[in-house]
Design a protein. Sequence first.
Length: 119
Amino acid sequence: MMAASVDDCIFCRIIRGEMSSNIVYQDADIMAFRDVNPAAPTHILIVPRQHIPNMYALDEETVPLVSRMMLAAKSIAAAEKAETNGFRLVFNNGSDGGQSVNHLHMHFLAGRRMAWPPG
Ligand code: 5GP
Ligand code: ZN
């Protein structure tokens, strides 16, 4: 059963400090922490503090948070020294998209050459 509400959502629990994580960035709206099962040498999850389940739940009021996520990615790229070699940003959305945690998140992947198309 996938986490659905703020009470049982894994990322909300991390944001509330109820679950440990390796936090690499935080501001008033956004948190970023290392993925527990990294798919690349650098694998960071960038999430809004607000529980938004997926892209379908975004609206005019919450979409500015995605801009904040992008700016967080930019400062993470600098901190992780990924600016020269590059990085990949991924939103998995819904079951065909491969989304397994129902709290909107953007993957920041770096440290190796990425394949295309993705699997
Ligand atoms: P999705 O598959 O939904 O796009 O990405 C969810 C990501 O969350 C996966 O890459 C998975 O490894 C990561 N993840 C799942 N549970 C935890 C956790 O408890 N802590 C951290 N840091 N990452 C997690
Ligand atoms: Zn959540």
